[in-house]
Design a binder for this molecule. Structure first.
Ligand code: HEC
Length: 222
């Protein structure tokens, strides 16, 4: 059998492929059966944070920013604790990224404040004079799409079996209340902390500006 294989390179190659693929499957497949396990204390995204995550994806922050701190001294000195898999339990899709034109953002909520973000997103050079990051002024007038963010969370839970479970309920309760009263206290808090009257006014009138949702999301990255 082996002599025969050695004389038939094509079938030999097929044999090698089958053996390697089988070994690979044995390693990979069981992981699909496992549920993601959130680290202790990790809360599911609120609807506002999810809407912010949508803004992050839409405006392509991932083109310049990673969210994955590697266990190297240079990185832990700069950003803090390296990233752990359980921290991404609620991320579908995850936003690790692979390009760092700007710094990693996985712990940015620890050392930046909402008003800093407000200045930075409006005009990065106003706080970091040499910044090459583009300004995102449109986020201050565009309205965040809470409905779609919520629908996405529900769909993702159904399709990918995320550990959301009943956890989505707190997000749901706040969202239902928002739909009725047209004011999201969580968004108002962020808008006030951003120290911009125009944002506060917009939230009070029942519309959540994109940048408020985005900052709610960035604040959560800790
Ligand atoms: C063209 C590349 C580029 C894009 C796209 C980009 N950034 Fe940046 N970002 C940078 C650079 C460079 C810096 C470092 C200079 C500075 O702080 O402005 C930075 C800094 C930051 C910081 C400060 C981080 C720190 O540790 O001080 C935050 C927060 C940030 N970006 C958020 C965003 C968000 C949110 C988006 C998407 C809406 C985005 N960036 C899109 C290049 C980019």
């Amino acid at each position: 059998m082996f002599h025969w294989l050695e004389k038939h390179p094509f079938f030999f190659a097929v044999g090698v492929f089958v053996v390697i693929a089988y070994a690979g499957l044995i390693e990979v497949l069981p992981n699909f059966m496992e549920k993601a396990r959130p680290i202790k204390g990790l809360k599911p995204y609120t609807v506002l944070e999810l809407a912010g995550k949508e803004v992050y994806k839409k405006d392509n922050c991932i083109a310049c920013h990673s969210q994955l701190i590697r266990p190297f001294k240079a990185e832990t000195d700069r950003y803090g604790q390296y990233s752990m898999s359980g921290e991404y339990a609620y991320d579908r899709p995850f936003l690790w990224g692979s390009k760092r034109t700007g710094p990693d953002l996985h712990r940015v909520g620890r050392y930046r404040t909402p008003d800093w973000h407000a200045n930075h997103m409006w005009n990065p050079k106003s706080v970091v004079p040499d910044s090459i990051m583009p300004a995102y002024k449109h986020q201050f007038t565009n309205v965040a799409d809470l409905e779609t963010a919520y629908a996405e969370a529900v769909t993702v839970k159904k399709v990918f079996n995320t550990p959301y479970g009943d956890d989505i309920k707190p997000g749901k309760a706040a969202f239902e209340k928002y739909k009725k009263e047209k004011i999201l206290p969580e968004a108002l808090k962020i808008a006030k902390a951003m120290k911009r009257d125009d944002l506060v006014k917009m939230v009070e009138s029942g519309k959540v500006p994109e940048v408020v949702a985005l900052v709610a999301y960035l604040e959560r990255l800790k």
